[in-house]
Design a protein around this ligand. Structure first.
Ligand SMILES: [Zn+2]
Length: 134
């Protein structure tokens, strides 16, 4: 169990450390919390945007997000995708952003009472910047 003073948000995205690290830093500041619970798969937003969803993947994500919300009292979920993703098959940045929005919508349907923020992590030289998609 976490102590009452420890605060979290929930980061749902790619396992890529460059993106994960940028989202964790951004979310800690935005939501005023100490930690990010990282729930990842390679190219996760793309997997969640598909018409035929992998039930095992959805169940696994749902279970992990639930632990973050219930045991860590997270109040915010961030769904991210990022530039230069080795696992994404999105043809363009626009399509990739559409996938992220679709993935965020799906997470919102599963957790209707929690705020879900879709973001795109963009490379700017050696820096990775997080941009909200709505
Ligand atoms: Zn990736």
């Amino acid at each position: 169990m976490s102590s009452a003073s420890e605060t979290f948000f929930t980061s749902v995205g790619c396992m890529d450390g460059r993106s994960e690290c940028a989202v964790a830093k951004w979310g800690r500041k935005k939501f005023g919390v100490e930690y990010a619970d990282a729930i990842t798969e390679a190219g996760l937003a793309g997997l969640l945007a598909q018409d035929h969803l992998d039930k095992y993947l959805i169940d696994s994500l749902e279970n992990k997000i639930k632990i973050s919300l219930e045991k860590h009292h997270s109040k915010n979920i961030v769904v991210s995708g990022h530039e230069d993703c080795a696992a994404s098959n999105a043809a363009s940045e626009e399509k990739h952003k559409e996938d992220i929005l679709k993935a965020a919508e799906l997470i919102s349907l599963i957790f209707p009472n929690t705020s879900v923020t879709p973001v795109y992590v963009k490379r700017d030289g050696e820096e990775w910047t997080v941009k909200e998609l709505k």
